[in-house]
Design a protein. Structure first.
Lengths: 111, 113
């Protein structure tokens, strides 16, 4: 079993839709959770960073962590064509340890 | 301040040749990571440096791969006797352990002919 599971998609939505991206994990020790956005031929860009359970909101983006279910989500409201990218989740047990990445979900927002 | 930089941005080499990839982390970031990303795939962990501690090499796929880092500065990833399956984007990231967020460079796209 992989440490982190993420549906690769592709996911295609109309502009203005709410997008939900998800990852599940198996290691209950994970407590640091990140979402990255990666445009084609670019390095991943950090979007959201959360510690332990709960929600975190930043503009149109909301990250949710449910440690009891070992499930994390990223919601994008009022999606824009510029949101079209691959979204990667990542997590770690401690800040100084190895990070485990999902395989990424490819998102296309259609104008 | 400057982000993580990597060089070269693209490298084309012939099978069997050695290549060296360079990463300049963000100043003050004591942790440095190398990842490999094959086309359409996720990130594959290769190696992790933290300060002066022994590196975590558990992700290196074979003994053809090695990496060095001098103190808390530049790191080089060396691939000896390259094979076609080594073709991928090699990404470097750095972080401050107290915060944990990794910041990535733009990557080096390696093509082995």
């Amino acid at each position: 079993q992989k440490e982190v599971e993420q549906d690769p998609g592709p996911l295609s939505v109309p502009e203005g839709a709410i997008v939900s991206l998800n990852c599940t994990y198996s290691n209950s020790a994970f407590q640091y959770f990140m979402w990255y956005r990666q445009y084609s031929r670019k390095g991943p860009e950090l979007l959201m960073y959360t510690y332990s359970s709960g929600n975190k909101e930043d503009g149109r983006f909301t990250a949710q962590v449910d440690k009891s279910s070992k499930y994390i989500s990223l919601f994008i409201r009022d999606s824009q064509p510029s949101d079209s990218a691959t979204y990667l989740c990542a997590m770690s047990a401690n800040t100084g340890n190895q990070f485990y990445f999902g395989t990424g979900t490819s998102l296309t927002v259609i104008p | 301040g400057a982000g993580v930089s990597q060089s070269p941005s693209n490298k084309v080499t012939e099978k069997g040749k050695d290549v060296e990839l360079r990463c300049d982390p963000i100043s003050g970031h004591t942790a440095l990571y190398w990842y490999r990303q094959r086309l359409g795939q996720g990130l594959e962990f290769l190696i992790y440096f933290q300060g002066n501690s022994a590196p975590d090499k558990s992700g290196l796929p074979s003994d053809r791969f090695s990496a060095e880092r001098t103190g808390e500065s530049v790191s080089t990833l060396t691939i000896q006797r390259t094979q076609q399956e080594d073709s991928a984007v090699y990404l470097c990231a750095s972080s401050r352990p107290s915060l944990g967020e990794q910041f990535f460079g733009p990557g080096t796209r390696l093509t082995v002919l």
